[in-house]
Design a protein around this ligand. Structure first.
Ligand code: HEC
Length: 155
C-alpha cells in the first residue's frame, strides 16, 4: 500500500516531469515507432480483436457458428481457399463457388468499410485460426480484391 503522505509530497515534482513525458511521447511518431505498430504480433492481436468485435456475434468465438442459422468458419472451404475470393465475400459479398447460395435463411453483413490493413489482419487471423495452414493475407491482396470487384458493389 503506498503511503498517502509520500504521494502528496510527490506532487511538487510534477511540473519538472512534464518535459520528460512530452519527449517520451513525441518519440513514438518517429520511423521506429511506426514500424513497431505493423509487426506480425501486433497485427495478429488486431486481427483477433476485429474478429471478436465484428464476426464472433454470428460465427461465434471459436468459429463454430450456430447450426442452421450461421455457418461455422472452422474448417470452411471458403476460409482456407482463395484469399481474393474470401476478401471479396467479406467486403462485398461477391459469392464464390465455395459459398453456395440457399443454405442459410440469414444474411451476412458487409465489411467494405474496413481499411486494407485491418481486413488483411482479420483474414490472416481467421485463416490461421480456422483454416489450418492457409497462407497469410496482406494489404496488397485486399486492394487487388477491391480493384477486381469494387467495394460494397451490391449495396
Ligand atoms: C449478422 C451475422 C454475421 C456476421 C456479423 C458475420 N457473418 Fe459471415 N456469414 C453470415 C451468414 C448468414 C453466412 C452465410 C451466408 C450465405 O451463405 O448466404 C456467412 C458466411 C460467411 C463465410 C462463408 C462460410 C462458409 O463456409 O460458408 C465467411 C468466410 C464469413 N461469413 C466470414 C465472416 C467474417 C470474416 C465476418 C466478420 C468480419 C463475418 N463473417 C461476420 C453471417 C454473419
Amino acid at each position: 500500500m503506498p503511503d498517502m503522505t509520500a504521494h502528496r509530497r510527490g506532487k511538487s515534482w510534477l511540473p519538472m516531469l512534464f518535459p520528460i513525458f512530452i519527449a517520451a511521447c513525441s518519440s513514438s511518431s518517429d520511423p521506429a515507432g511506426a514500424e513497431l505498430s505493423s509487426t506480425p504480433a501486433n497485427s495478429a492481436a488486431r486481427g483477433a480483436a476485429l474478429y471478436q468485435q465484428n464476426c464472433a456475434p454470428c460465427h461465434r468465438e471459436k468459429g463454430e457458428g450456430v447450426p442452421n442459422v450461421y455457418p461455422g468458419l472452422l474448417g470452411s472451404a471458403a476460409v482456407r481457399g482463395d484469399p481474393i475470393e474470401l476478401a471479396q465475400w467479406v467486403l462485398s459479398q461477391k459469392r464464390p463457388a465455395s459459398i453456395p447460395a440457399g443454405r442459410y435463411p440469414t444474411q451476412m453483413l458487409l465489411f467494405g468499410w474496413m481499411n486494407d490493413q485491418d481486413a488483411a489482419a482479420l483474414l490472416t487471423y481467421i485463416r490461421s485460426k480456422f483454416g489450418g495452414s492457409a497462407s497469410a493475407v496482406d494489404a496488397a491482396i485486399i486492394s487487388r480484391a477491391r480493384e477486381e470487384y469494387g467495394n460494397d458493389r451490391h449495396r
